[in-house]
Write a protein that binds this ligand. Structure first.
Ligand code: PLP
Length: 388
C-alpha cells in the first residue's frame, strides 16, 4: 500500500501479518501433496495439521472438528444444508432461520431452497430479536425436520456484539442446530465454541491477518456433520474434497495464533483510537449518528451517518483524500447498495452509513488525520446541504 494511504477498512480485510506471510513463504517451498504418504507428503501434511490446531485453539475446539475450506462463504454453504448425518444416519433439517443482518454468505441460505429460509428480525438497536426467534422456533413445523438457526457473533457493518449464547439456548430448547458466524468476532472478542453453545462456527483467515481464500467450518462434536458440498477425494475426512491450499492454510494458522494472543491489550489500544475518532468526528459534526453506540460493540468498528452526506459520496471523498473506508459492507460488484443492516434496524438507509474499521497497526496519527479529513468533508456537506 502506498505510504500516504490510510487504511481504515479492516472489517473488509486485514493486512497480511508478517508471521502469516513468512509461514506462507515457507509452505510454498514444500513440494509434496499432503495426501501422499512419502516424506514430502508428510511434510505438507504436518503444516496443515499444525495450522488446524491453531485454528481450533482460537475457538476452544479440538483439531479433528475443524474442516478447512477456501473461504468462510464456502464453510457457510457447506454447513447450511438441509441434509446432515448423525454418524451414519441421515438427519433432516426442515427450515433455516437467519437473522436479517447476516452477511450474504449466510443470508443467501446455502443449500436451502429460498422457501425453506425464514428471517429473524433485529431490534432498532441492532440486536437479534430473541423474542421473535423464540416465537419462530415455537411455530416451527417439525414434520419436515429440525430447525436450524444462523446468527453472527459480531455484525460486520455495525460491530455490534450479538446475543449468541441466549440464541443458542433457545435453539437447543427446541432441539435445533445453531451456526454462529464468527468471522468478525475472531481476534476481537473471546470466542469459545462450547461457551457460546454453537453447534458450528465459521471463520475466515483474511479478517484476522491471514490470506484471502482460506476459511473453516468448526463443529462442536464429531458425529453430526452436513452432507459434503465439494465431493471427490477423501480430503478433510470426506467433508471437503480437493487438494488443500497448503500455503493459505499455513498463513491461516499463523494468523489464528496471533489473533488468540494479547486480545485485551489490543482491544484497549484499538478502542482508545476508535473513541478518539468518534469524539473528534462528533466535535466537528454534533449531529453525527453513531449506529450501535448504545450497545456492546467490538472495539475496532465505527458505523455512522452524517446527515446531509450520502455514504457513497463520503466514501469517494475520503478515498480522494487518501483514506480507505467503506460505505457499509464491501460488495463484490464494487457497487454500493442500500445497507440491509440499516434497513433491518429500521433506519433510513437512503443516506446510508460509513464504516471505519481499525486494526492493530492503526496509529494515532492516522486517526487524527482521518478526523481532519472528516472535518473538511462535514463542512462541505453543510454548504451543499444549505444549497439543496
Ligand atoms: N461473514 C462475515 C460476517 C463477513 O464479514 C464475511 C466477509 O466479508 C464473510 C462471512 C465471508 O468471508 P469470506 O470472505 O472468507 O468468504
Amino acid at each position: 500500500m502506498a505510504k500516504d494511504r490510510i487504511y481504515l477498512d479492516w472489517n473488509a480485510t486485514a493486512p497480511l501479518l508478517e508471521g502469516a506471510r513468512q509461514a506462507m513463504i515457507s509452505a510454498l517451498a514444500l513440494t509434496g501433496n499432503p495426501s501422499s504418504v512419502h516424506a514430502e507428503g508428510r511434510a505438507a501434511r504436518a503444516v496443515i495439521e499444525a495450522a488446524r490446531r491453531e485454528v481450533a485453539a482460537l475457538v476452544g475446539a479440538t483439531a479433528p472438528n475443524v474442516v478447512l475450506t477456501a473461504s468462510a462463504t464456502e464453510a457457510a454453504n457447506l454447513v447450511l444444508s438441509p441434509v446432515f448425518r448423525m454418524g451414519k444416519a441421515p438427519l433432516a433439517i426442515g427450515r433455516l432461520y437467519v437473522s436479517a443482518i447476516e452477511h450474504p454468505a449466510v443470508r443467501e441460505g446455502g443449500r436451502f431452497a429460498p422457501g425453506q429460509v425464514g428471517e429473524i428480525p433485529v431490534t432498532p438497536s441492532g440486536l437479534i430479536d430473541l423474542a421473535a426467534l423464540e416465537a419462530l422456533l415455537a411455530a416451527h413445523d417439525g414434520t419436515a425436520g429440525l430447525p436450524m438457526v444462523a446468527v453472527m457473533a459480531v455484525n460486520n457493518e455495525t460491530g455490534i456484539v450479538q446475543p449468541v449464547r441466549e440464541a443458542a439456548r433457545l435453539v437447543h430448547a427446541r432441539g435445533g442446530l445453531i451456526l454462529v458466524d464468527g468471522v468478525q468476532a475472531a481476534g476481537r472478542i473471546a470466542l469459545d465454541i462450547d461457551d457460546l453453545g454453537a453447534d458450528f462456527l465459521i471463520l475466515s483467515a483474511h479478517k484476522i491477518g491471514g490470506p484471502k481464500g482460506a476459511g473453516a467450518l468448526i463443529a462442536r462434536g464429531e458425529t453430526l456433520m452436513p452432507s459434503p458440498l465439494v465431493r471427490g477425494g477423501g480430503q478433510e475426512k470426506g467433508h471437503r474434497a480437493g487438494t488443500e491450499n497448503v500455503a493459505a492454510i499455513a498463513g491461516f494458522g499463523a494468523a489464528a495464533a496471533w489473533a488468540r494472543d494479547g486480545l485485551d491489550e489490543r482491544n484497549a489500544a484499538i478502542g482508545a483510537l476508535r473513541d478518539r475518532l468518534e469524539a473528534g468526528m462528533r466535535n466537528a459534526a454534533p449531529d453525527l449518528v453513531v449506529h450501535g453506540a448504545g450497545v456492546a460493540r467490538v472495539a475496532n468498528t465505527s458505523f455512522f451517518t452524517l446527515p446531509g452526506l450520502k455514504a457513497e459520496t463520503g466514501q469517494i471523498a475520503f478515498d480522494l483524500e487518501g483514506v480507505a473506508l467503506s460505505a457499509g459492507a464491501a460488495c463484490s460488484s464494487g457497487k454500493v447498495g442500500a445497507s440491509h443492516v440499516l434497513t433491518a434496524m429500521g433506519q433510513d438507509a437512503k443516506t446510508g452509513a460509513l464504516r471505519i474499521s481499525l486494526g492493530a497497526a492503526t496509529t494515532v496519527e492516522e486517526i487524527d488525520r482521518a478526523v481532519e479529513i472528516f472535518t473538511r468533508i462535514a463542512a462541505r456537506r453543510k454548504i451543499s446541504g444549505a444549497a439543496a
